[in-house]
Design a protein around this ligand. Structure first.
Ligand SMILES: [Zn+2]
Length: 831
C-alpha cells in the first residue's frame, strides 16, 4: 500500500465529522496525519495562545513547491521591496492565505479545514494538482483556538444523542463569554492592525514574512443569511488599487458559478465594507493583498443543526460543503490568474515607493515616552522609520493644532518617509481624517496613531530630508549618586510609569505623588510626579537596588535622584504636597449583561499590562463578594441593571473611601439616584427642551420613507470618532495628559458637564473632531463631559463616558485609566 493510499479522509478519520464539532487538538491530529502521509503538506508552528494551544500554519502545494517554500517566500518579499537583496533562486508563485475562525464560535470554519486540505491533496479532484503547480496555499486552521475550544466544549457538553434543531434549545444559546473572543475576551478581528493580543502579535509577524497575494477570512453569521462572499460593500478606502477592487469581482463571480450550479443562495456587496484597518480583510488589503471576508450562515446560534425560516435545516455538513467550495474556488481563480496577481502585487509595492498615496510625504513624530511601543507596532508591520541625528528648524503641518507651524526637529525625533514598501498601511494608520465614500460603515471611522499615542506630529506635503539613524540615540544616565540618597523622582507620563508604580506596590514599597509643583536644587517636580522616599521605606534593605531594577526593566531613564527633602520653592518632600498612593485592591465584574470586551480589557490591563492582581466576580454573585476587601471597584461597560440594594451597597462603600470607576454603558444606572449621580441633563429646563426637540423630530419623521431608515439611524450618532477634549491637568485625573486629550468616542451617549463634581475632561463649545459624527450628535457634544470625578464622603466615583481601554489600542487612554485607578490615594480628604 502506498503512502497516498493510506491517507484517510476526514469522514474515515472522524466518525462524527459533519455531525458534531471537533476539538482543536483533534483537528491538529488529523492535519498531522495528512502531513505524515503527504509531501504536499507542511505544518509549521508559529506561536501559542494564552491558554497554551499551538498556533499553526499549514502549507499546501505541489511536492516541488513545498520543497522550495523558503525560495518562494524570499522571492515574494524581494518583490515587495521589503527585502532588497536579490535571492539566489527566484521562484514566483501565487500565494493564497486562508484564515479560519478568528471568531471561535463560528466553528464551521475551522471544521472545514480537514476537508479543504483533503480535497486539495487527495487527487479526488483532478484539477487541484494543476492549480498547486503555480500556487501556494497557506492555511491558518484556527486563529482563535481558545475561543474555538470554549465553544466546542460547551456545545458537546449539552449535545444529546438526538439532534434538536428547534430554536429554543440550549445548544443554540451559548453562555457568557462566547467563543467569539480569545482568552482575554478580545475580538481579534478588530486587532489585526494594533496586535494587542499575543495571538495577533505572533500571527502578524509571520504574515508579514509572507505577504500573501490573496487573503480570505472565513466567518459565520446569522443562520438564515445564506452565504456572503466578495466583492465587498462600499465604502472602500480610497487607497485601494483598481486591481484590488476589480479582482474581488472576478473572485466573486467564480464562487457564484459553483453556487449557481448547486442552487445555493448567496449575496455580495451589501454589508461588509473595507475601511477600518484592523480587520482580516482590510489589514491584508492595505498590505497589498486582495483581502476578503467570507461568511457562511450559522455561528453558535445554529448548534449542530438549526431550523431555518424556509423550513429547511442547516447542518455542520452543509457549512463544510459551502466553505470547501469557496476555498477551492479561491485557489482555482488565483492559480488561473497567477501571473496577473504577481505582477499587480509587484506593481502595488513599487508604486508605494515611487508614488505613495496620501497627502503627506514625511512625518516627524516628536520624541515621546510612548514611542517605544509605537516602534514595536511599526516593526511588526514592517513600517520603516528613522530617528533624527541632528537638530534643525523646520515648518510643517501640525496635527494637534491643525495648522502649519514652525518647530524644532530634535535629535531623537522619529522621521517617517511615506515612500517605502509599507506606505499604504503607514498612510492609513497615520491619516487624520480617513475619507469615507459612504457613512454607512461598520466600525470606528478615525484612528490616527499620533492621537492614539498622544505624540506631537508634523507632516510635510513634500518629502523632508534630514540625517537619520535606525536606532534612537540613548540618553546615558549618570551613575546614581549613592551617597545619602533621600528620594527618587519618577515622571508620570506613560504606561511605563504606571508599570513602575505597580511593581513597587507589589514589593510593598510606599510611593507618593506630588499634587502641586515644587522645585529642589533647581530641579522642578511637576504635579503628578511619583516620589519614592527612603524615609517611607526604611524597612527596605535594598532600596536603591530594587528601584533601579524596576526602573531599568521599564526603560525609565529620566528619573531624578534627590539628596535632600528641603525645597527651593513649593513644598518639602515630607509635607502635604506629596500624598501617599494607596496600592489598589481591585474588583470588577463579569457575566451576562456585562460587555465581555470591556471586562476583558480591564482584566488584560491589570493582568497582562501591569502584571498586577485583579479580582473578578460574576455579577450574579455580587452579594458573595466582600467589598470591604477592596478599595477600587470597576463597573465595566454593558447593559446590566444595578438594582436598588446593590446600588445602595456601592454608594455606602464609596462613602467609606472606595474609588468607583464607572465605564460607558454602566453610567445609565446613575441617573436620578441618591448619593452617586450622573445626569444626561443639567436642569429640568434642559431636559424639557430636549424632550420638545425630540417630539418635533418625531412629528417630522412621520413623513420619512422606509428606505432611508438605516441612513437616518446612523446620522443620530457615531460609530466611533476622535474628539479633542480640554483637560484640567491640575486635577489628578488629568495628570500626565497635557492640556488636551483626544478621546475615541465609540458610543452615541452624551452627558452635560455635571454639577457638584470635577468635569476634568470635557468637550469645549468649539471642538475639533475626526471621523464621522452624525448631524444629530454634533451639537449635543458641545460642552459635554467625557470624564468626571465626584467626591463622595471619603471616596469618589470616576465617570467615564468614553471607554479609554477600548480594544486596548488607544495608548494615551491607558494612562488616563491609570489616573483613575491610582488617584484616590493622592487626594487629600474632602478634595
Ligand atoms: Zn466572524
Amino acid at each position: 500500500m502506498s503512502a497516498q493510499q493510506a491517507l484517510q479522509s476526514p469522514t474515515e478519520y472522524f466518525s462524527h465529522y459533519g455531525k458534531q464539532h471537533t476539538f482543536h487538538h483533534q483537528i491538529l491530529d488529523y492535519i498531522k496525519h495528512i502531513d505524515d502521509k503527504s509531501d504536499m503538506v507542511s505544518m509549521k508552528k508559529f506561536g501559542e495562545t494564552y491558554q497554551g494551544r499551538p498556533l499553526n500554519l499549514i502549507f499546501v502545494s505541489s511536492v516541488e513547491n513545498i520543497r522550495n517554500l523558503e525560495d518562494i517566500r524570499i522571492t515574494n518579499i524581494y518583490n515587495s521591496g521589503v527585502n532588497t537583496i536579490k535571492p539566489a533562486n527566484i521562484n514566483e508563485k501565487a500565494i493564497v492565505w486562508c484564515s479560519f475562525g478568528v471568531h471561535g464560535n463560528e466553528a464551521g470554519t475551522t471544521e472545514t479545514v480537514p476537508n479543504f486540505i483533503y480535497q486539495l491533496i487527495s487527487g479526488k479532484d483532478v484539477r487541484t494538482n494543476e492549480w498547486l503547480k503555480n500556487t501556494i496555499v497557506i492555511i491558518d486552521p484556527s486563529l482563535n483556538p481558545d475561543g474555538y475550544d470554549r465553544y466546542v466544549h460547551y456545545l458537546k457538553s449539552v449535545s444529546g444523542v438526538n439532534e434538536n434543531p428547534t430554536l429554543s434549545h440550549r445548544e443554540r444559546m451559548e453562555p457568557w463569554p462566547s467563543g467569539r473572543y480569545n482568552h482575554y475576551m478580545f475580538d481579534m478581528n478588530r486587532d489585526w492592525a494594533w496586535q494587542t493580543q499575543k495571538e495577533s502579535k505572533e500571527r502578524i509577524m509571520i504574515y508579514n514574512q509572507w505577504l500573501p497575494h490573496i487573503h480570505a477570512d472565513f466567518h459565520e453569521m446569522g443562520a438564515n443569511a445564506n452565504y456572503y462572499f466578495a466583492p465587498a460593500a462600499e465604502p472602500y478606502h480610497k487607497f485601494m488599487s483598481s486591481f484590488q477592487k476589480d479582482f474581488q469581482v472576478e473572485i466573486g463571480k467564480n464562487h457564484a458559478s459553483y453556487f449557481d450550479k448547486n442552487g445555493w443562495l448567496y449575496w455580495t456587496r451589501e454589508v461588509f465594507d473595507l475601511f477600518y484597518p484592523s480587520y482580516g480583510d482590510t489589514y491584508p488589503t492595505y498590505s497589498g493583498a486582495i483581502g476578503m471576508t467570507y461568511e457562511q450562515a450559522g455561528n453558535s446560534s445554529s448548534g449542530r443543526t438549526i431550523q431555518l425560516e424556509n423550513g429547511d435545516t442547516l447542518t455542520i455538513q452543509e457549512k463544510i460543503e459551502h466553505n470547501t467550495v469557496v476555498a477551492l474556488s479561491t485557489v482555482e481563480i488565483s492559480s488561473k490568474n497567477a501571473d496577473k496577481i504577481i505582477s499587480n502585487f509587484k506593481n502595488y509595492y513599487s508604486e508605494s515607493i515611487k508614488n505613495p498615496n496620501g497627502k503627506y510625504k514625511t512625518y516627524v513624530l516628536k520624541s515621546s515616552p510612548s514611542m517605544q511601543r509605537l516602534t514595536e507596532l511599526f516593526d511588526r508591520s514592517g513600517i520603516q522609520y528613522g530617528f533624527a541625528t541632528t537638530n534643525s528648524k523646520s515648518t510643517a503641518y501640525h496635527y494637534q493644532s491643525k495648522s502649519s507651524k514652525s518647530f524644532d526637529v530634535q535629535a531623537g525625533d522619529m522621521i517617517i518617509q511615506a515612500s517605502q514598501p509599507r506606505s499604504v498601511l503607514l498612510q492609513v494608520l497615520m491619516e487624520e481624517e480617513p475619507t469615507l465614500t459612504d457613512s454607512l460603515t461598520y466600525d470606528i471611522t478615525s484612528w490616527a496613531l499620533p492621537f492614539a499615542y498622544g505624540i506631537d506630529c508634523y507632516a510635510y506635503t513634500a518629502a523632508f530630508k534630514t540625517d537619520t539613524s535606525k536606532t534612537k540615540p540613548t540618553v546615558s544616565k549618570s551613575d546614581p549618586e549613592s551617597t545619602n540618597l533621600f528620594s527618587i523622582q519618577v515622571p508620570w507620563n506613560d504606561l511605563n510609569s504606571v508599570k513602575v508604580l505597580a511593581d513597587l506596590h507589589k514589593k510593598d514599597y510606599k510611593v507618593r505623588m506630588s499634587i502641586k509643583e515644587s522645585s529642589y536644587q533647581g530641579k522642578v517636580i511637576p504635579k503628578g510626579t511619583l516620589m519614592v522616599n527612603r524615609g517611607d521605606n526604611k524597612r527596605k534593605k535594598d532600596f536603591e537596588k530594587d528601584i533601579n531594577i524596576i526602573l531599568s526593566k521599564h526603560n525609565i531613564n529620566d528619573y531624578v535622584q534627590h539628596t535632600s527633602g528641603f525645597s527651593d520653592k513649593g513644598g518639602d518632600l515630607g509635607g502635604n504636597y506629596f500624598q501617599l498612593i494607596k496600592a489598589p485592591k481591585v474588583l470588577t465584574f463579569s457575566g451576562r449583561g456585562i460587555s465581555a470586551n470591556s471586562c476583558g480589557e480591564i482584566w488584560y490591563y491589570f493582568d497582562e499590562l501591569l502584571d498586577y492582581q485583579i479580582n473578578i466576580v460574576e455579577w450574579d454573585q455580587f452579594d458573595r463578594a466582600d467589598l470591604s476587601a477592596f478599595n477600587t471597584i470597576i463597573l465595566p461597560d454593558g447593559y446590566y441593571k444595578i438594582n436598588d440594594e446593590r446600588f445602595k451597597t456601592l454608594v455606602e462603600w464609596t462613602n467609606k473611601g472606595g474609588r468607583l470607576i464607572v465605564i460607558e454603558g454602566a453610567l445609565r444606572n446613575f441617573s436620578g439616584k441618591e448619593g452617586l449621580t450622573f445626569e444626561t441633563f443639567a436642569t429640568e429646563d434642559e431636559k424639557k427642551a430636549a424632550e420638545e426637540e425630540k417630539l418635533k423630530q418625531e412629528l417630522k419623521d412621520r413623513f420619512n420613507d422606509f428606505e432611508g431608515l438605516e441612513r437616518r439611524s446612523i446620522s443620530k450618532g457615531t460609530g466611533g470618532a476622535i474628539i479633542k477634549n480640554v483637560v484640567d491637568d491640575s486635577h489628578p485625573l488629568g495628570y500626565g495628559l497635557g492640556k488636551s486629550y483626544y478621546s475615541l468616542k465609540t458610543s452615541s451617549s452624551t452627558y452635560v458637564t455635571q454639577k457638584g463634581m470635577w468635569n476634568v475632561i470635557h468637550i469645549p463649545s468649539k471642538y475639533d473632531s475626526y471621523g464621522f459624527l452624525g448631524s444629530g450628535i454634533k451639537k449635543k457634544l458641545e460642552n459635554a463631559v467625557s470624564f468626571a470625578v465626584q467626591a463622595y464622603g471619603n471616596g469618589q466615583a470616576i465617570y467615564m463616558v468614553d471607554n479609554p481601554l477600548f480594544r486596548s489600542f488607544w495608548d494615551k487612554g491607558l494612562l488616563l485609566f491609570s489616573n483613575a485607578v491610582y488617584l484616590n490615594g493622592v487626594l487629600p480628604e474632602n478634595y
